[in-house]
Ligand binder design. Structure first.
Ligand code: NAG
Ligand code: NAG
Length: 988
């Protein structure tokens, strides 16, 4: 045993190197060097022991043993633990960790009784704990000094133990994402008293759902099949429960499509309770039953109006079975298998159902029914029922749902927040259904989740947060984020998403690359949320306007390249985790975008008869193969540990449901050995599908088949040039020379040679720009000839017409200048912004979102309310007026009587007030426009204004909390099609 010597004196200088890896908002209590008053929990010579009371919750003892083993992961030596039913007989030891629950541990209770441990701040509260160091703890004779972890209840203590695990460097994801543990020689407990209060949200859980093919494939490979189906047994669930507890979660909905939690393994329910997990079931599986259980073992039809006796018997059975364990019981009833009730008198029927269910619970449980936690999920059509007059007992928690696409549909109003049962939210990170499934890999917008869930919390939905996570894998970051937010909302809101991600990256990969990794994760979340992979098609992003497709693709390439570069740089032990959490997603997303955008290019190039069309067919096929190879790499990772988790098909959707096999279509070939009737040289330009010479169908030129007219290039164009492409559409090489007629036209490349090739892309992109100092004022058209060494076939030398417009804002103007017939503004770039607004970085499709800070603010008014102001300068005066399109996040009208609204005005005109989210088509049913809004991840609304040329101020007012403005586009008549809208104009 190590000789006693006082560490207090060793560290008179503040040597605190507290853990870098503190959980969010958690007080650091662990260090890796000694500091004033600290005690050594692990070291080369000696280790502390863990002390537990054998009469404490079995789940507490289990977590204490996990903590002992977690020390082993860090130092190589597990701590010894002592579980005893008497405080006597502990070995004489210098240091100990005493873990116990108030009222369940004699070690803890004795200290409280003697006045040595103050638990007044946590006693009787939900899931809280306190930790502190105590010299010679009276209840543990023989121990010199101890770290005391005292929990207010079972999970309070468990979270206290796992918090130490995390602070010594064991990631909650050590098993589920193979996050390695940094080896340490010395571990110290800091001399701090800490009180960890109750979580922000009472029940915090996840739902494993739509588990075919990925999770089920993996379970089939890893766990023995059960009598009725895949092996969703207690071994499988133990892994899930441990993860949940380490993430400070407490609630779980099991898989539903081919499993029966209580039947597949008769020990499943016990195991959940043993770990400390509160069991629930999906919104459609009431009374602790499962749909499959009824369909397999039930009697007759799942229709209470005709088969109530059998259904009631079934519920008696399931409720009796669940009685010993901690449950949050799903109430009411939907149709069989996630469908609506098919009954004209559904309100009366449901009232009868709920009343019968309450009677059963009341009879079976030893406590009155209103003491048994119950929830009723107002999912899909069910949301309309309370509005149709259904009355629900006060103690049942209303679990409001999102629209399956991350937009909460209803939040507490009026006196609902004071309902005894309170309210919660059922949310989706994965979905099967309209407008299309999203269940391959992570497509979660952390910014949208943050905005919607903070809104929910502020509006009083704090009783239950449950999130559908599909198969779980690839959603690790969103899941971690979800539980961080649910556990302590303000710990996340105080540092923002980037701050959270940096801490997550540091906990997971160490501090060295934490900033870089946080940047990659944030970028991934932003790029992927623009549109779900399953909804991508070749025509979504424009390959001719605003350089849109190429910009988006370059963003993906940059992300993928950076992730790959970092992958090769990080130490080998981090690679499997980095692949799973970061680089796989970046690469996989890039491949999908690369494929669809290059199919769009292929179609365009083939229509222009380019040889490069053929090259792109092979490029796309190569990338399609790489998509499969990446899946294989995943399957082979760590000897197949995560095999099948990427089995989900993701190419070739043609309706909402998944394709049975990955398929891509739409590739076109040109007849390579054949020369074009218009000669080998071809020229295409920005803004049209046309090409010259010779294109008849698509030709953009209004004059003839030798001329292309490009979109106007003006002084304030944000890019500063227009592009053309020169390509070979024949079987012979040629030299080209670009000859502008006007000396003020600049050409990025004037000459070149283009060989006929279908194995490489020999097309040349040329940028045309203007020497504005020497260009004439006003509107002019520049002529640019493209001369070829090869004949033009039946046609003439092609020529480009580039209209230019030399304009000037008035001197001293600061703000946005019109260019290309529009002004596009990112909402956060307000010239003047009221302090009532805040920016949510990474929100939406193009940059960020701006919303009212106070989610509980009352309805605002215009023009007196807080505004965003944008100074603009226009040059044109469109005959039919100026259309201003406002772009919003996909949030819904979740406050009956207070729909989302904004007001907009140019200068001092009377503000136009707009309700931009249409009403539900019928109670509980989303408006038809919603399908398009969530597919495109945007609500837009257009107002028309009169705007004379010159300087103006565009004023915007969010009239309700929850309105999140992303972008404003002022169309002076020339906006052309694109997915994201025109890119931002130049800010002067
Ligand atoms: C300690 O108490 C627990 C709970 O009462 C009991 O299950 C266990 O058998 C006891 N252990 C001993 C050694 O008495
Ligand atoms: C904790 O609170 C309970 C009631 O909730 C009470 O019975 C008990 O005496 C309290 N214990 C301490 C140590 O304050």
């Amino acid at each position: 045993m190590r000789r006693f010597f006082d560490i207090v004196r060793v560290a008179t200088i503040a040597l605190v190197s507290s853990s870098l890896v503190n959980a969010l908002g958690q007080t650091p209590v662990i260090g890796f060097t000694s500091s004033r008053g600290s005690i050594q929990l692990a070291g080369p010579d000696d280790n502390a022991i863990i002390v537990l009371d054998g009469r404490d919750w079995p789940g507490v003892i289990r977590a204490g043993k996990d903590l002992a083993a977690d020390f082993g992961k860090v130092t190589g030596t597990d701590l010894d633990y002592h579980v005893q039913n008497t405080t006597k007989g502990l070995p004489k030891t210098q240091f100990a960790i005493i873990i116990g629950t108030i009222g369940k541990s004699a070690f803890i209770d004795g200290l409280i009784a003697k006045g040595d441990l103050d638990v007044s701040k946590i006693n009787g509260t939900w899931e809280s704990y306190t930790t502190q160091l105590l010299l010679r703890p009276a209840t543990a004779p023989g121990i010199h000094k101890a770290l005391i972890i005292a929990g207010s209840d079972k999970r309070g203590t468990i979270f206290g133990a796992y918090d130490i695990s995390e602070q010594i460097g064991v990631s909650p994801w050590y098993w589920w994402a193979d996050v390695p543990t940094v080896k340490r020689t010395n571990i110290y407990a800091l001399d701090v008293d800490r009180v960890q209060k109750s979580p922000s949200v009472k029940y915090r859980g996840l739902f494993l759902n739509d588990e075919q093919p990925a999770l089920t494939g993996w379970v089939n490979a890893k766990f023995p099949r059960g009598k009725y189906g895949p092996g969703f047994n207690k071994e499988f669930h133990s892994k899930v429960f441990e993860l949940l507890l380490r993430l400070r979660a407490n609630y779980f909905w099991p898989t539903t499509w081919n499993s029966m939690f209580a039947v597949d393994d008769p020990e499943n329910q016990y195991t959940a309770d043993y770990y400390g997990i509160v069991m629930g079931a999906s919104h459609t599986e009431p009374m602790t039953s499962s749909t499959k259980e009824w369909n397999t073992l039930g009697n007759g039809t799942w229709d209470f109006s005709v088969n109530d006796k059998n259904i009631v018997d079934f519920w008696y059975k399931t409720i009796r079975r669940a009685k010993p364990w901690e449950n949050l019981i799903t109430m009411a009833m939907r149709g069989n298998g996630d469908t609506a009730l098919d009954n004209p008198n559904h309100i009366a029927l449901l009232e009868r159902v709920i009343s019968k269910q309450r009677q059963i619970i009341d009879e079976v449980f030893d406590v009155p029914v209103d003491k048994v936690p119950q929830m009723w999920c107002l999912y899909k059509e069910v949301q309309g029922y309370p509005e149709q007059g259904l009355s629900v007992p006060e103690d049942i928690t209303f679990l409001w749902a999102d629209d399956n696409w991350g937009n909460v549909r209803r939040l507490p109003i009026g006196d609902e927040p004071s309902r005894k049962g309170g309210a919660g939210v059922y949310y989706h990170f994965d979905y099967v259904g309209d407008p299309r499934d999203y269940k391959w890999i992570d497509t979660v917008s952390l910014a949208q989740t943050y905005q919607q869930m903070k809104l929910s919390y502020d509006r009083g939905a704090d009783r239950i947060w449950i999130v559908n996570v599909g198969d779980l894998k690839t959603l690790e970051t969103p899941i971690d984020f979800w539980f961080a937010l649910a556990y302590n909302v303000s710990s996340v809101t105080s540092i923002g998403i980037n701050g959270y991600l940096e801490q997550f990256a540091a906990k997971t990969f160490g501090s060295q690359y934490a900033k870089e990794i946080a940047g990659l994760l944030e970028r991934y979340s932003f790029l992927t949320a623009r549109r779900k992979y399953e909804l991508l098609e070749s025509g979504i992003y424009s390959v001719i306007n605003y350089r849109e497709a190429e910009t988006v693709l370059a963003e993906w390439k940059d992300l993928s390249d950076r992730a790959e570069a970092l992958y090769s740089k990080i130490p080998a032990e981090y690679k499997p985790a980095f692949f799973q959490l970061v680089s796989h997603k970046a690469k996989a997303g890039y491949i999908v975008y690369d494929i669809y955008i290059n199919i769009a290019r292929n179609q365009r190039y083939a229509a222009q008869r380019r040889n490069s069309a053929n090259y792109l067919t092979s490029y796309v096929q190569k990338r399609f193969q790489e998509d499969f190879d990446l899946q294989k790499e995943w399957d082979e990772l760590l000897d197949g540990k995560w095999i099948h988790f990427l089995d989900q098909t993701h190419f070739g959707y043609n309706y909402w449901q998944q394709p049975m096999r990955n398929t891509i279509g739409g590739l076109s070939f040109v007849q390579f050995p054949q020369n074009s009737l218009a000669g080998a040289l071809g020229v295409a330009g920005e803004g049209s599908n046309g090409s010259i010479p010779g294109d008849d169908n698509n030709n953009a030129g209004t004059f003839n088949n030798n001329t292309i007219v490009l979109p106007v290039l003006d002084t304030y164009n944000a890019v500063g040039s227009r592009w053309i492409e020169i390509f070979n559409k024949g079987n012979e090489p040629f030299n080209f020379t670009i000859k502008p007629h006007n000396p003020w036209i600049k050409v990025s490349q004037s000459t070149g040679t283009i060989l006929p090739s279908q194995t490489s892309n020999t097309d040349i992109r040329v940028e045309l720009s203007v020497d504005w100092a020497n260009a004439p004022a006003g509107y002019n058209i520049a002529f640019i000839d493209i001369e070829s060494s090869a004949p033009y076939g039946d046609f003439n030398m092609p020529s480009i017409h580039l209209p230019i417009s030399k304009t000037a804002v008035s001197s001293g103007f600061k703000g946005f200048a019109e260019s290309s017939g529009y002004i596009s503004i990112e909402a956060e770039h307000a010239t003047r912004k009221s302090s009532a607004y805040e920016v949510i970085p990474g929100f939406g499709r193009t940059k960020s979102g701006v919303q009212l800070k106070d989610n509980t603010a009352s309805t605002q008014s215009a023009p007196s309310g807080p505004a965003l102001e944008y100074d603009i300068f226009t040059f044109s005066s469109p005959a039919k007026g100026t259309n201003i399109t406002a772009y919003f996040g996909t949030g819904l009208n979740n406050y009956p009587g207070r729909p989302l609204k904004y007001a907009i005005a140019i200068d001092d005109e009377t503000p136009k007030v707009v309700k931009y989210v249409p009403d539900e088509s019928s109670p509980g049913n989303l408006p038809p426009e919603w399908l398009i809004a969530v597919a495109n991840n945007i609500w837009t609304y257009k107002t028309t204004h009169t705007v004379a040329p010159g300087k103006h101020t565009l004023k915007f007012w969010a009239l309700e909390p929850g309105v999140v403005l992303e972008k404003l586009v002022i169309d002076q008549g020339s906006v052309v099609p694109s997915y994201l809208g025109p890119p931002e104009s130049k800010i002067l």
